[in-house]
Design a protein around this ligand. Structure first.
Ligand SMILES: Nc1ncnc2c1ncn2[C@@H]1O[C@H](COP(=O)(O)OP(=O)(O)O)[C@@H](O)[C@H]1O
Ligand SMILES: [Mg+2]
Length: 244
């Protein structure tokens, strides 16, 4: 089982978009994927082409599978939320679970990160994005943490400040950086049409960037698996070994 916990210290950075897109891409690659929306906003489903008032459960109350991804969310009581965290923690072997955690939900972030395989922070390459990262490094600076992976989202390579912030943040967080997703307005156009990006704009740069990001996440997971394996004295092939 693999659990990817997505959290951004700054709302609006694209945490939900990246969570949804990684889930869908992993499903396309043949993984069995469940996406958990732990936010109150409940907007993950919009990135799967569902309507704002559309339920994520079928007539039997079971989570629906939409575009190959099992969707869990709309947890209105703390009891439902706790039950969801239990299901997440007991994700079946070989399955992938991705979790969208609200930026204000620091408690949920801490709890889920205790058992997640990777904590992924989605941030915009701009001064406010950079400033918001200080919140993550209260005890140990972010640059020294190997439990956090950073995704730079909404890069606008036509804008000088965006390009420069991107280059600076990529260098500063060289050990945490896992990928960049470029800005593309088709993301919003797709939602306005209640369509998914893959159907509405199959050639969007976001789709190819997410593909590369998923490769990097898998590589990173392979590396930490082989690291913990060295500690136990066993060896398993990592993605790097397989491609070598
Ligand atoms: N790479 C991108 N290009 C263009 N728009 C984006 C991109 N990523 C996210 N967005 C848009 O930015 C807004 C905030 O994204 P969202 O995923 O809801 O952020 P968060 O979950 O971090 O609050 C949404 O309207 C979304 O469509
Ligand atoms: Mg969100």
């Amino acid at each position: 089982m693999t659990i990817l916990a997505f959290h951004s210290p700054k709302g609006g950075a694209g945490n939900t978009l990246v969570t949804a897109a990684i889930a869908r891409r992993a499903a396309t690659r043949g993984r069995t994927v469940t996406a958990f929306d732990m936010t109150r906003q409940n907007s993950l489903k919009l990135f799967f082409g569902l309507l704002p008032n559309q339920s994520m459960s079928n007539a039997d109350g079971e989570p629906m599978v939409v575009r190959g991804v099992r969707l869990e969310g709309n947890f209105t009581s703390s009891r439902e939320r706790e039950a969801a965290i239990d299901r997440l923690r007991t994700t079946p072997p070989h399955d992938l679970a991705v979790v969208d955690i609200a930026s204000a939900d620091w408690e949920g972030r801490e709890r889920i990160n205790r058992f997640a395989d990777l904590s992924i922070c989605v941030i915009e390459p701009n001064p406010i994005g950079l400033a918001s990262l200080t919140r993550l490094g209260e005890e140990t600076p972010v640059t020294e943490r190997d439990d956090i992976a950073i995704v730079l989202n909404k890069l606008d390579d036509r804008r000088k400040l965006s390009r420069h912030c991107h280059r600076f943040m990529k260098e500063l967080f060289a050990n945490q950086f896992v990928g960049t997703v470029r800005r593309d307005e088709s993301a919003n156009e797709a939602i306005a049409r209640f369509e998914t990006l893959v159907e509405y704009a199959p050639n969007s740069v976001i789709i190819s960037d997410i593909d590369a990001l998923l490769d990097a996440i898998e590589l990173r997971l392979g590396r930490s698996a082989s690291r913990s394996d060295r500690q136990t004295g066993r060896t398993i092939p990592t993605a790097e070994h397989q491609s070598a």
